[in-house]
Design a protein around this ligand. Structure first.
Ligand code: GAL
Length: 411
């Protein structure tokens, strides 16, 4: 018996160590965003000690910079061995339609992933039943963050609707809070827009928008833009110079009362800032979106023609494994994409997100790649920029509708 165990252990070591070589992974998780990925790299190195891992990152929230660098690498014929892309249209509408990605069907089969991930997520990462990337997590985009002690001191509670938010904003301004809401650079404003729109239109109409069944020029959507403008009137004036982390800092130091950001903010508060959920920071669904979970998932794919294919496949295997996901997500602020995750490893925020993921209505995030092709997304930032300076709701809605038609939304 003992001998059999020893042989099995020796075999396991041989298999792990057999993949010698290199691996380059590419993402935008650097600096404050790095610890979760580093934990995964550490696991990889423990399993494949002879492989040198090049953890290549291009910083910039939401991948704004990384996606541009990735494009030059992909088009220049020097793809990284595996790269980060959001599950959904962001990858499918670009590198998958261009024929640059490997079909991962056999990997999903050998790893049993057809059963390990929720059906809707499998659908999101696949075309014609073929999966194109491995989801490492599920993030929630529609979260409003606050500092519990500060709200108490100001005598306000978390607003449940956007009209209520506007009233709270007036109250806070009267108490001397110059910017009740904090926003950062352009993509964080798009992120806010998404929550305001869903909170105004409702989840079903949000889905209709991306199915081409509701036009951007519909009065309901135009009204959503107008509400977004009023919400932006509650925000700081130096937004364009702030990263999402700097915006989050203003909640902690009490400069602003609220911030709408994805739950990577929970990772930042707990992993980087060492704050405790519920005391150091508080959260609620963004106004008007209670019982709706606006989801996105980070995933990694396998480009065709990578230099280190075997090492990349082992990387993907680790990312999709239970051990990999439960090492990564408690640090990241997200929950595992797998359905068999060990929730005892997650803090109160993670546990609450996992419960909402099971019970809420799930819709996809625009800003983080789930519902619209990159051709829409990459141009939508300009619509928001223009709107923020002009406050012309009908004009912005018309511009967005034109983009939607050009991007083939609803076709
Ligand atoms: C999102 C990504 C998150 C987080 C965030 C901020 O797009 O899915 O994992 O990195 O950007 O950069």
């Amino acid at each position: 018996m003992k001998k059999a165990l020893l042989i099995a252990a020796a075999l396991a070591v041989t298999t792990s160590a057999s993949a010698a070589g290199k691996l380059e992974i590419f993402s935008w998780w650097s600096g404050d965003e790095g610890p979760a990925l580093e934990a995964l790299v550490k696991l990889y190195k423990a399993k494949y000690p002879t492989v040198t891992v090049d953890n290549a990152t291009v910083s910039g929230g939401a991948g704004t910079n990384a996606k541009a660098v990735l494009k030059t690498r992909m088009l220049g014929g020097t793809p990284p061995d595996s790269f980060q892309a959001h599950a959904g249209q962001e990858l499918i509408g670009t590198w998958v339609v261009a024929g640059r990605m490997e079909d991962l069907s056999s990997l999903f089969k050998s790893e049993g992933w057809d059963k390990a991930f929720p059906k809707d997520l499998l659908k999101l990462i696949s075309t014609n039943g073929k999966p194109w990337s491995v989801p490492v997590n599920v993030h929630r985009s529609n979260v409003m963050w606050y500092n519990p002690a500060k709200l108490k001191a100001w005598g306000v509670t978390v607003p449940k609707t956007w009209p209520e938010f506007l009233k709270t904003c007036t109250t806070l301004k009267a108490k001397g809070v110059a910017a009740p809401l904090v926003v950062g650079e352009n993509w964080t404003q798009q992120h806010l827009w998404e929550s305001v729109m869903i909170g105004t239109l409702g989840a079903a109409n949000w889905e209709n928008l991306w199915a081409g069944k509701l036009k951007f020029t519909d009065p309901k959507v135009v009204a959503g833009f107008t509400t977004f403008g009023k919400v932006m009137d509650c925000a700081n004036k130096d937004a364009s110079g702030l990263s999402w982390q700097q915006a989050s800092d203003r909640i902690i130091d009490g400069t602003s009362a609220f911030n709408v950001m994805g739950d990577w903010a929970a990772g930042y508060f707990t992993t980087t800032k060492k704050l405790a959920p519920n005391t150091g920071f508080g959260w609620a669904a963004a106004p008007g979106t209670t019982k709706t979970f606006v989801m996105l998932a980070d995933s990694f794919g396998l480009p065709k023609g990578t230099k280190n294919r075997a090492e990349a496949i082992n990387w993907l295997k680790l990312m999709g494994s239970k051990a990999g996901q439960d090492a990564f997500n408690p640090l990241k602020g997200s929950i595992a994409a797998r359905i068999d995750s060990d929730l005892s490893k997650y803090n109160t925020y993670g546990k609450s997100a996992a419960a909402d993921w099971k019970s809420n209505k799930i819709v996809g995030s625009l800003v983080h790649g789930a519902v619209a092709p990159e051709s829409f997304m990459s141009a939508f930032g300009a619509v928001i920029d223009q709107y923020v300076s002009s406050r012309n709701s009908a004009g912005a809605a018309a511009a967005a509708q034109q983009l939607a038609v050009r991007a083939g939304i609803g076709k």
